[in-house]
Design a protein around this ligand. Structure first.
Ligand code: ADP
Ligand code: MG
Length: 573
């Protein structure tokens, strides 16, 4: 883990060395001051030499100016170093998250992912900068003052050091507890994050059910747990601080009394005693600072641990080293004995074999939960088949790079996702870098141009988060325009019009019909009237493919399809 952390310094070695050198010099300079005090009391003051007093002042001034300059470098460039490391890590994490498979997103709360990318790494910059630096300064101060103390007076130094282990033991014990509470705290705040994400993105549902109270209650319990864990950690921290302060005061007391006795017997000068006391408090500094250090370390490291956890999650679906990059395919799609289950649970698809010719339109019907969506999501390889294979133009899709595979496939779904941004941004998403003319042409083909022009800023209209400012039909038309622009040879329409009213559905059916021309098209439709003209209709149930044929053929067969069709037709009358 530490090794992995250290790797992030590699890109910033000059800054790292600069920060370290300055921190080292600063710690060294700090060790000078008590000696100056001692010199002042024992030698300069008794000699009654005004010049020496002023010279000492001048000397100290130079020292302080130098120290200020060093501190500026450490404070500014040190934090720059930390921030750059945090930036690198966040970038790595986000980029990695983009590569993860659907399986990961199906099973991870968005709020937790956000927590990892945003909050967890916040503390990293502090640790990245202060961690090694503080450790280093602490060692310099500890060793330096230790040697100086021994030099001033060996017996007194030994008495002092005898108490230190007790204090250290106490500090270490309390620290362990503190670590546990910090870890707890991180987990709780991630829960709060997840809760907020859920409630806010579902705010329309919340309000329509007037379940604000329920959301408040759920939030309350998470928020309360977080509060409790934070209070716990302050409790442990308080007893830590109190203990450490008390012990260091105790050490001062011991030095004062024993030192006083040594002065009384003329074994120690008053200046030496004052110097000793100052060095002792300097010696204690790192131990007192241990809390902040460990707190930083804990916060940073638990964030970093989760960062590494996520980085270590392998995308389930990876490009084969020998995978090829395909150009535009003809559009032959073949399922060869495909068996599939989500996470090795019950099989959703069993030995499905189906071959679709280039340009053919195949409709899938069947009971909800029968696996239609699942079957289609295997074509862009959103999930990996357990057995059998999916082929495009006769090539197993596992031997095609995901990117070039997905460039050949367009999907229109029932719940359209649009990005916050303008109308143009959202259409352009189909082919980033498309020209204005191409975008407008795509919008026209999708029957979207007219309504776009009637919006207040036309193509520059902001559509709100997820397109909340548009109607369902308008959103769907944008998503269709997006696909027109992408122009893929294989098209999947998954209940694309199910959420729309009849009137809107008809208009969109027209654009979908245009869209499906000259492409291999798989349609999943709820309303069977919309798929009558498909080249082939496949009835998919839990049992697999039960019936297959044209509308006419299936009606003649008088099987499941006929039953579904008449049931729906009756329903409409
Ligand atoms: P259809 O589109 O025919 O209504 P689906 O393909 O959506 O059916 O679902 C088939 C089965 O797979 C259902 O039992 C559903 O609960 C399950 N399922 C769908 N998506 C997931 C998923 N992401 N993770 C786990 N199970 C899923
Ligand atoms: Mg479905």
């Amino acid at each position: 883990m530490i090794k992995r952390f250290a790797q992030y310094y590699k890109g910033h070695l000059p800054l790292f060395y600069l920060d370290f050198t300055c921190a080292f010099l600063m710690a060294g300079l700090e060790l000078v001051f008590p000696s100056v005090v001692r010199l002042m009391i024992d030698d300069i003051l008794p000699s009654k030499n005004l010049n020496s007093i002023i010279m000492t002042g001048v000397g100290l001034l130079v020292l302080y100016i130098a120290s200020a300059a060093l501190q500026y470098i450490v404070d500014y460039w040190g934090h720059v170093l930390g921030t750059r490391i945090e930036y690198d890590m966040r970038k790595d994490l986000f980029n990695h998250t983009q590569k993860l498979s659907f399986n990961y997103f199906d099973n991870t709360k968005t709020g937790h992912i956000m927590s990892r990318i945003v909050n967890d790494l916040n503390e990293i910059s502090e640790l990245a900068h202060h961690g090694p630096e503080d450790l280093f300064i602490a060692s310099v101060t500890l060793i330096g003052s230790f040697i100086i103390l021994l030099n001033i007076h060996v017996p007194l130094a030994l008495i002092t050091f005898a108490i230190v282990p007790i204090m250290l033991g106490y500090a270490i014990m309390k620290n362990k507890k503190m670590q546990a509470t910090f870890r707890q705290m991180r987990m709780k705040i991630a829960d709060v994050n997840a809760q907020v994400e859920d409630s806010i993105s579902g705010i329309r549902v919340v309000k329509s059910f007037t379940n604000e109270w329920y959301e408040e209650e759920k939030f309350e319990s998470g928020n309360f747990s977080f509060r409790e864990s934070k209070e716990d950690s302050y409790k442990v921290m308080a007893s830590f601080f109190v203990g450490v302060s008390f012990f260091s005061n105790l050490i001062n007391l011991v030095v004062m009394v024993f030192g006083g006795i040594f002065v009384y017997y003329n074994q120690l000068t008053p200046g030496e005693l004052v110097g000793f006391l100052l060095y002792v408090s300097m010696f204690m500094q790192p131990i007192r600072k241990l809390t902040t250090l460990i707190e930083n370390y804990q916060k940073g490291m638990s964030g970093f641990a989760r960062f590494v956890d996520t980085l270590n999650i392998d995308p389930d679906i990876k490009d084969d080293p020998k995978a090829i990059c395909i150009e535009k395919v003809k559009g032959e799609v073949e399922f060869d004995n495909v068996t599939f289950s989500y996470n090795n649970r019950e099989n959703v698809l069993n030995n499905i074999s189906l071959s679709i010719k280039p340009g053919e339109t195949v409709a899938f019907v069947g009971p909800s939960g029968g696996g239609k969506t699942t079957l289609c999501s295997l074509i862009p390889r959103f999930y990996e088949v357990d057995k059998g294979s999916v082929k495009i133009d006769g090539i197993d899709i596992r031997m095609i790079t995901q990117r070039s595979l997905r460039e050949n496939i367009g999907i229109v779904q029932q719940d359209v996702f649009l990005f916050s941004g303008t109308v143009r941004d959202n259409i352009e998403y189909g082919h980033i870098g498309a020209t204005e003319e191409e975008i407008i042409e795509a919008a026209k083909k999708a029957n979207a141009h007219e309504f776009i022009m009637s919006l207040e800023d036309g193509y520059n209209t902001y559509i709100g988060e997820r397109g909340v400012k548009l109607s369902g039909g308008q959103k769907q038309r944008l998503s269709i325009a997006r696909i027109f622009l992408k122009n893929p040879p294989v098209l999947i329409l998954d209940e694309a019009t199910s959420a729309l009213d009849n009137e809107t559905e008809k208009v969109i059916q027209d654009s979908l019909f245009d869209l499906s021309k000259n492409r291999t098209t798989l349609i999943i439709a709820h309303r069977l009237a919309t798929i009558k003209n498909a080249d082939r209709i496949v009835v998919l149930t839990d049992e697999g493919i039960e019936e297959e044929g044209t509308h006419k053929e299936l009606l003649e067969k008088d099987g499941i399809y006929t039953r579904l069709y008449t049931a729906q037709f009756d329903g409409f009358m």
